[in-house]
Design a protein around this ligand. Structure first.
Ligand code: DHB
Ligand code: FE
Length: 288
């Protein structure tokens, strides 16, 4: 098992968890979108999930001690505000797979708990907001947004990612509000150029309920280094994705199971400046 190297001033899980929970609630009620769901579907989904739990209990003869530990742990996930973390790490990737399997363009990856809308708009060419002494390898990324038929699209790339210590602004202490969060709006040619830093591999918080499960099961808490994006254009399906870096030891065993081969970047180090990378997005027209 990997040992956890948590700095003494690390943001406690209960803080980042509470912030992630607050963020999730702040947009709109998630119940609104499902308010017309027929009772038959609620019955079917709830029943089959419970039947899967019952089958596991029978198969492995789960004891009362184990049942009580589960109960205490579930209560702690809520108290630590870690439901967004738990669900986005261990469940979301399958929801994403089902939601995008019809696409001809990019299929994408999970959103995770740390997206914040309305980051500063930097136009088609810009540098991500960052501290003057921001650590990490500089990266210049060129790409184009197109439709599945190849037409360039005037759209937006919203980019957010962790810093060189694995922290996201607005979910950790001491970072400027929009650090490493920006929106790049393309013109009719669909082209963008983004300057940023390469983020570090990221450990999901290890001192809360999720960390307790990871330690008890002998898992590790790592996600490979990744850039998060949301790509939009009028008349096209929203693409939520993550992009990864070749050679990261956790590309093969991401705790969130969110790496796909087509999401690997290919940065090219340059002798006299930042690494350069090319990666473009293809969006599916709505209803195609
Ligand atoms: C989690 C964090 C991430 O940065 C991510 O991309 C996915 C999941 C998490 O802590 O749950
Ligand atoms: Fe992330």
């Amino acid at each position: 098992m990997t040992t956890f190297d948590v700095p003494a001033d690390a943001t406690p899980a209960a803080d980042s968890g509470a912030l992630a929970t607050e963020r999730f609630h702040s947009d709109k009620s998630p119940f609104e979108a499902v308010k017309d769901t027929p009772r038959e579907r609620v019955d079917l989904l709830a029943r089959e999930v419970l039947e899967a739990v019952h089958a596991t209990i029978r198969k492995h003869r789960v004891s009362y001690d184990e049942y009580n530990a589960l109960k205490a742990w579930l209560i702690q996930v809520g108290q630590d505000g870690e439901w967004p973390l738990f669900l986005d790490v261990w469940v979301e990737h399958v929801v994403e797979e089902v939601a995008t399997d019809h696409r001809q363009g990019n299929k994408g990856s999970i959103e995770g708990p740390y997206y914040v809308p309305n980051s500063p708009d930097l136009g088609p060419v810009g540098t991500m907001p960052m501290r003057p002494d921001e650590r990490g390898t500089r990266l210049v990324w060129n790409g184009t947004i197109t439709s599945t038929d190849g037409t360039p699209l005037a759209g937006k790339v919203e980019l957010w990612h962790a810093d060189d210590d694995g922290y996201y602004s607005q979910f950790a202490h001491g970072l400027p509000e929009w650090n490493l969060r920006g929106t790049f709006s393309t013109g009719a040619d669909g082209k963008f150029q983004i300057t940023t830093i390469q983020p570090a591999p990221y450990q999901i918080p290890t001192d809360g309920a999720c960390g307790k499960l990871i330690a008890a099961a002998g898992w590790h808490a790592w996600r490979p280094a990744h850039l998060h994006v949301k790509v939009t254009a009028p008349g096209h399906e929203l693409l939520t994705a993550q992009l990864y870096f070749p050679g990261d030891p956790h590309n093969e065993d991401d705790i969130a199971s969110a790496v796909k081969p087509e999401l690997l970047l290919n940065p090219v180090p340059q002798p006299d400046g930042p690494s350069t990378v090319e990666y473009s997005f293809v969006l599916d027209p709505v209803g195609s």
